[in-house]
Design a protein around this ligand. Structure first.
Ligand SMILES: NC(=O)c1ccc[n+]([C@@H]2O[C@H](COP(=O)([O-])OP(=O)(O)OC[C@H]3O[C@@H](n4cnc5c(N)ncnc54)[C@H](OP(=O)(O)O)[C@@H]3O)[C@@H](O)[C@H]2O)c1
Length: 344
């Protein structure tokens, strides 16, 4: 049995959930997939960095982080200058990159992943930035290095979206997709249907950790647009950037509009769509739309998400992900790890 050395770049909600899931699945990884792992490095933004080739004391490290302390006291070895130095010095087999997303240019995550691949690691991320801004470059680099760049969790968390088009649907022609890809706005619209004002809904979503302190990335449709761009780029093979997606967020939805929709038996949803334009491109949008009860989008509630693919042979193949959490995201990363190790 081999033992993989693992490093985490970014160790927030997702990184911590992944650590716990890895611990929970250690026996299955060993018995079914034939490998064990050792966590040899953790790098954060404000909590410092630590490498220990013999394995970090993760419980103590988590305790330090939870009491808002630095993790630098757990570092063993030469001084680390920056995250790139951390990646190079780690000698790891696998890097999990889960730093904050940059919608604009995907950095610094792209450079983290490039460095890890150059140093012979598999690079696995839930970060959408590198998928949209550097998918081809990083995939080619991984191939040259005999390693994998994987990102299942970047869209719809742990639901198998990208891997669906890697294997189980050979020779299929994907014509487009429709979905609800942003949990936060779906929750906010639902709260407005329960007669909360927009501001009350945002405050509630912030209080339960669904909306960020600055929720504009969700509310103005950027998160949904980057997911549409990621799906278009990877599963439809037409590179799009978030700015290429026609985008309108949910700020324009008023209580009266919600009431009018209800009176007609309809609901407002922030609908994501992409469809081939017949000229080699894709027309993609994120915008609020009224949906009827016959639409599969109608019954997607709370933080759940949904995508329906339109293909030449399966006219409507849909996937619902109910109430995701960082644990769900962690599962996509774990699945990527297993698939990278067994070459799938
Ligand atoms: N939350 C979800 O369920 C979910 C779902 C799908 C995808 N994602 C994606 O997963 C990624 C992580 O999300 P999260 O919820 O875990 O975020 P988070 O809780 O904010 O954690 C981000 C982590 O990255 C660290 N960090 C910040 N800047 C860094 C840098 N320059 N270099 C290295 N580390 C840095 C932070 O350290 P400090 O705290 O010390 O600053 C923190 O450990 C994001 O790209 C997000 O879009 C998240």
């Amino acid at each position: 049995m081999s033992t993989l050395s693992i490093i985490f770049v970014g160790f927030g909600n997702v990184g911590k959930a992944l650590y716990k899931l890895l611990e929970r699945k250690r026996e299955i990884l060993d018995e079914v997939y034939g490998f064990d792992y050792r966590i040899v490095g953790v790098a954060t933004g404000r909590h410092g960095m630590a490498l220990d080739p013999s394995g970090l004391p993760m419980d103590l490290l988590l305790e330090a982080m939870n009491s808002h302390g630095s993790i630098a006291e757990f570092h063993r070895g030469p001084e680390i200058k920056d995250v790139f130095d951390f990646i190079r010095l780690s000698n790891a087999d696998v890097m999990f990159e889960n730093s904050p997303v940059s919608y604009k240019d995907g950095q610094p995550a792209i450079n983290h992943i490039r460095t890890a691949l150059e140093f012979g690691m598999h690079a696995i991320t839930a970060n959408k930035g590198p998928v949209v801004h550097a998918h081809c470059e990083l995939t080619d680099l991984a191939k040259q290095q005999g390693k994998r760049f994987m990102f299942e969790s970047a869209v719809m968390d742990g639901a198998p979206i990208f891997s669906l088009f890697r294997g189980p649907l050979p020779a299929i022609e994907l014509r487009g997709f429709t979905g609800i890809l942003n949990s936060c706005t779906n929750l906010l619209i639902g709260l407005m249907e329960e007669e909360k004002t927009f501001d009350e809904a945002v405050a509630y979503a912030q209080s339960i950790g669904i909306a960020e302190t600055d929720p504009s990335g969700d509310i103005d449709g950027w998160d949904a647009a980057i997911k549409v761009a990621a799906l278009s780029s990877v599963v439809m093979g037409v590179p799009l950037k978030p700015a290429d997606v026609e985008r309108e967020g949910i700020r324009s939805i008023t209580p009266q509009m919600i009431l009018d929709a209800r009176a007609a038996g309809e609901r407002w949803k922030l609908v994501c769509t992409a469809r081939r334009d017949g000229k080699g491109g894709i027309k993609a949008s994120v915008k609020p739309q009224r949906v009827r009860p016959t639409s599969p989008l109608f019954s997607i509630n709370g933080t759940s998400s949904f995508v329906q693919f339109e293909t030449d042979v399966l006219p409507g193949l849909g996937i619902v992900e109910g109430d995701p959490s960082p644990d769900t995201t962690a599962y996509g990363l774990l699945a990527d790890l297993i698939n990278a190790v067994r070459g799938q």
